[in-house]
Design a protein around this ligand. Structure first.
Ligand code: GTP
Ligand code: MG
Length: 376
């Protein structure tokens, strides 16, 4: 069972410069959990007017809530396994109760398929697993552990083609990464975590605080900027986010950044006006740099389950999503959704998050994920 340390992984699997890594700053406190999306959306339709006076002094900014640290720093695989424990325990219990002292026949296969579908793995993958299992074993007794091993192998087979590190090529400077997704999925936190990792690898980073709907979102990124040393380009609440993205790209060129990370406001995929606004950000960026953005990252919250499939579909269509990051795999029973998404869309999965701390975002590894979900 692998348990790779954080340092041995580099950022998303490239440009490892652990020897040059600066002191790790303390974990960044982040804002309290998101409110109900619908309510927040209402607030955003009518953003507060832009204040005519200069922004309030830093001291007036309400400090974000403290985030509790996990009790002990476990290795990455242990944290992934602990995070996926609810998903894997349910599957494992089902497998034990279906297959203990029972033959592998049409009934037990149907029960297994139902369990896999309940675990959000998707119908296609569930069928694939039961097919693989029945080969050569039909009407024979099978040990639950053998079922788990087949499950792990099939899940890995689905995930391997999508497990791609996020590669920052040398040909684009800055390399522009636009981060999109519905409300509260973890976009801003993911940007902070990525900024920290890029900087630890020796890159220069600029962050565009493109969620101009809420002061808290801007402050949240300023905190990450202070902790990581990334320059944060922000405007007042209510400013045009496409204009901000344009300015930030110009600034990232001036300050010679390797990477520009652009945050965006959370938007429900079925709200036309908000999706139009995202297209405007893309158009405006391309006026300045036709090849930008070089990555459009869709951040998905694992706890949303099946709705994530629709999010991928719409954001892929409207924003040209090039890769996925799945957060909140800690503590969810719905971790199997990543398998369903991968089987359906085949979009690269760059990284996964299992907590709020900077080290809780790691490159996605198909084998690790499959073992964490299937073997307990
Ligand atoms: N448990 C857990 N919480 C996370 C993870 N990633 C982010 N969060 C938390 O999720 C909440 C929302 O995160 P944000 O980064 O503000 O999400 P966002 O997508 O920027 O939200 P909006 O800008 O409001 O759309 C915060 O409380 C984060 O600390 C994760 O991997 N695990
Ligand atoms: Mg945000």
């Amino acid at each position: 069972m692998s348990d790779k340390s954080e340092k041995s992984r580099g950022l998303f699997g490239f440009f490892r410069r652990g020897d040059r890594a600066p002191e790790v700053p303390p974990e960044v406190p982040v804002e309290p959990p998101a409110e109900a999306p619908a309510e927040r959306l209402e607030q955003r339709v009518e953003p507060a007017p832009v204040p005519a006076s200069p922004p309030p002094p830093v001291a007036a900014v309400e400090p974000p809530a403290q985030v509790p640290e996990p009790p002990a720093k476990l290795g990455w695989f242990q944290r992934l396994k602990a995070g996926l424990a609810k998903t894997s325990a349910r599957l494992s219990d089902d497998i034990s109760s279906i297959f203990t002292k029972r033959k592998l026949d049409a009934d037990t296969l149907q029960d297994l398929e139902d369990s896999l579908i309940r675990a959000d793995l998707g119908v296609e993958t569930a069928m694939r697993i039961t097919e693989a299992l029945s080969k050569g074993r039909f009407n024979k007794e099978i040990a639950p552990d053998e079922v788990r091993a087949v499950l792990a192998a099939e899940v890995e087979r689905v995930l391997t083609p999508v497990a791609h590190p996020l590669v920052i090529g040398a040909q684009h400077r800055p390399h522009v990464i636009l981060v999109v997704g519905v409300n509260g999925t973890g976009k801003t936190t993911t940007i902070g975590k990525m900024a920290k990792k890029f900087i630890a690898e020796g890159r220069t980073v600029t962050i565009a605080a493109g969620d101009t709907f809420r002061a808290a979102a801007i402050d949240q990124l300023k905190v990450w900027g202070e902790r990581t040393g990334a320059e944060v380009i922000a405007r007042s609440v209510g400013a045009d986010s496409a204009g901000l993205a344009y300015d930030a790209l110009q600034r990232a060129r001036e300050n010679n950044s390797d990477v520009l990370l652009i945050d965006t406001a959370g938007r429900l995929q079925n709200k036309q006006a908000l999706m139009d606004e995202l297209e405007k950000v893309l158009r405006v960026l391309r006026k300045l740099e036709p090849s930008a953005p070089h990555n459009v990252l869709l951040v998905l919250d694992a706890t949303t389950g099946q709705n994530a499939l629709n999010q991928v579909e719409v954001f892929k269509e409207r924003a040209g999503v090039t890769g996925l990051v799945m957060t909140k795999l800690d503590g969810t029973a719905r971790g199997g959704i990543l398998v369903a998404i991968s089987a359906k869309f085949g979009i690269p999965v760059h990284a996964i998050g299992v907590g709020e701390g900077a080290d809780d975002l790691q490159p996605f590894d198909a084998g690790e994920f499959a073992r964490a979900i299937a073997l307990s």
